[in-house]
Design a protein around this ligand. Structure first.
Ligand code: HPA
Length: 275
């Protein structure tokens, strides 16, 4: 798609949404697989299906809805993305990150991103959240490839602090106060859709990753390009143990994501309250 056409599509979506909401959101929250529960805590919700928004892609993955939910959390104006677009579904990187551009132009300053991920760090436990401190892009693509839209961000964006250090600190503090166990670590993003082989899990450990998944990296790259601060949380849904690899199903991932998701919802709610 031509960059001009992409910019127009984003602007059309933004104009449409502005006509539907009374207040611009400051915080956007992407709900990953099995993490839709947070949506129920939103007050005065206005749900808008993706299919209604001009230019917006439509989601197909299991366990994912397809709607934006505008409203309030602890009096803060938020927008929730209930269902994301994955690269493995066949969307281009520009489509995967389309909502992030819309959030940027709506005035969002903080992006909170969640996902389900396989645990690589041998200390990690299934059902326990990981606060993301950094990422490795192994998706083989990048949403910023192509002509740069200078009004949206710089050609060569800095990634020295992709995940905001203050937000990581806040999330760790909140988890401690709430008595919720969390890990922290590096997320590596792969294209998927297959889960990894034992040799791949072994390699990813050696590369310095603590958790592996099939999302998040493109959204975070675009959010940083657009000047947003990012907080990321992974639900650890399985153990990517190369020496004792057990068969893994999407059902198992969803079930364990819901378990970690309950803890993540509490952390996110309290983080938002303190923002
Ligand atoms: N690998 C990749 N993506 C995942 C995994 C995994 O082990 N678990 C949940 N999402």
């Amino acid at each position: 798609m031509e960059v001009k056409e992409y910019v127009k599509r984003v602007n059309d979506a933004v104009e449409y949404l502005k006509g539907k909401i009374s207040e611009s959101p400051r915080i956007a929250i992407i709900l990953g697989s099995g993490l839709g529960g947070i949506a129920e805590a939103v007050e005065e919700p206005i749900s808008i299906p993706y299919s209604e928004i001009p230019g917006f892609p439509v989601s197909t993955a299991p366990g994912h809805k397809g709607e934006l939910v505008f409203g309030k959390l602890h009096g803060k104006s938020v927008v929730l993305m209930n269902g994301r677009f994955h690269y493995y579904e066949g969307y281009s990187m520009k489509e995967v990150t389309f909502p992030i551009r819309v959030f940027q132009l709506l005035g969002v300053e903080v992006l909170i991103v969640t996902n389900a991920a396989g645990g690589l760090n041998p200390d990690f436990q299934v059902g326990v959240p990981m606060i993301i401190v950094d990422h490795i892009n192994l998706m083989g693509d990048n949403p910023l490839i192509g002509p740069n839209v200078d009004e949206w961000g710089p050609r060569f964006p800095d990634m020295s602090e992709a995940y905001d250090k203050d937000l990581v600190k806040l999330a760790l503090e909140v988890a401690k106060e709430l008595g919720i166990k969390v890990f922290q670590g590096v997320y590596v993003g792969l294209a998927g859709p297959n889960f990894e082989t034992a040799a791949e899990y072994r390699m990813l450990r050696k590369l310095g990753a603590d958790a592996v998944g099939m999302s998040t990296v493109p959204e975070v790259i675009v959010a940083k390009h657009g000047g947003l601060k990012v907080l990321g949380l992974s639900a650890i849904t399985d153990k990517g143990d190369p020496d004792n690899l057990q068969p893994l199903t999407a059902e198992e991932v969803l079930e364990n994501a819901e378990r970690a998701g309950r803890a993540m919802a509490k952390i996110i709610s309290e983080v938002v309250r303190r923002l």
